[in-house]
Design a protein around this ligand. Structure first.
Ligand code: ZN
Length: 330
């Protein structure tokens, strides 16, 4: 690491980074409605003017967690990015130029000082709270940057703050010598495949797989099947459930071929399938090795589970494609 870079980065700490971003539109009921629809929040203080009028707010308020929505520039920003009054390079640009071109967000905390109401115009500015020394991480070598976003109303009063921490890192260029000679750019997963994180909700699934059983949760109250596993029934809210074995037959409901970002040990073009089991539940899964390179994958193909030890003592249910039985063969 060059000493010069850290000195440059430290100059940013405690200072504003970039200019002030204004909101393209004032806080408004239409956007609040869309957001509540998307999130599934039916809070009457956000949606029902009559109720909200009788509440302590005296009218509609915006969900506090919409904070970022008000100053986001949008997919095709009409406001210039970075803002025209930005005095110099941003700290992220400095890191880009030093080769730390990849970014991953690591933490986000928001604090709200008052509810926003329709008509409020929000601006934000960003202060660099800290920049770490160079750190070696699983993704690569990089610097953690903590940005403090200050959100203000039209009177300049602070209405909320957000601390956003990200890692700017140098992408690892490595060679996947195990399978081919193509350079692999991006994070490498040490020790092979990512393993499922086991807890009391999901352990049964993997324990079943190790025994050669494809288990799905069934609600003890309403008997509905559900997957992926979770503590409560989305249908009746019961917390009682049992694990039941599926036949393992189903069809490809949908699939994607994953190319980018490359994530070893998975090959580029690795198919990820959503299988609809004959019993109803859908599972995200993989295809058996011999089917993974097929070029004729199609929605509706019949599949059957098999249990593969994909790595030492790690058994994964995967699906192989089966040709439908032709009429009259039985
Ligand atoms: Zn239920």
């Amino acid at each position: 690491m060059s000493i010069g870079l850290m000195e440059t980065l430290e100059k940013y700490v405690g200072r504003r980074d970039g200019g002030t971003r204004s909101c393209p539109y004032p806080v408004n009921e239409a956007m609040i409605h869309h957001w509540c629809d998307a999130i599934g929040d039916r809070n009457a203080s956000y949606l029902d003017p009559e109720f909200a009028g009788t509440s302590i707010h005296g009218g509609i308020v915006a969900p506090p967690t919409m904070l970022q929505a008000w100053t986001m520039p949008g997919l095709r920003p009409v406001v210039p990015t970075p803002p025209v009054d930005a005095p110099e390079k941003s700290v992220l640009q400095v890191l880009d130029e030093a080769g730390f071109t990849s970014v991953v967000a690591t933490n986000c905390e928001q604090e709200y000082f008052r509810y926003l109401k329709p008509g409020d115009r929000v601006t934000h500015d960003v202060e660099i709270e800290s920049v770490s020394d160079e750190k070696a991480t699983g993704l690569g070598v990089g610097h953690f940057v903590t940005q403090l976003y200050n959100y203000r109303d039209a009177d300049g009063e602070l209405v909320a703050q957000m601390r956003f921490r990200l890692l700017k890192f140098r992408p690892v260029a490595a060679r996947d010598t195990a399978s081919d000679d193509r350079p692999v750019v991006g994070p490498r997963i040490r020790g092979g495949r990512p393993r499922p994180s086991l807890n009391q909700d999901v352990s049964f699934f993997w324990e079943g797989a190790a025994r050669g059983e494809l288990l799905v949760q069934r609600c003890s109250e309403c008997r509905s099947l559900r997957h992926p596993p979770g503590p409560g029934c989305p249908n009746c809210s019961s917390l009682e459930w049992e694990a039941v074995a599926m036949s393992g037959s189903g069809e490809i409901y949908s699939f994607v071929k994953h190319h980018h970002p490359q994530i070893p040990p998975f090959e580029p073009g690795h198919p990820v399938v959503l299988v609809e089991l004959d019993e109803g539940p859908r599972l995200v899964s993989e295809l058996a090795s011999e089917d993974a390179t097929r070029t004729d994958l199609a929605i509706g193909m019949r599949v059957e589970v098999q249990f593969d030890e994909v790595e030492d003592e790690f058994v994964m249910p995967r699906f192989r494609i089966v040709t439908p039985r032709e009429k009259g063969t039985e």
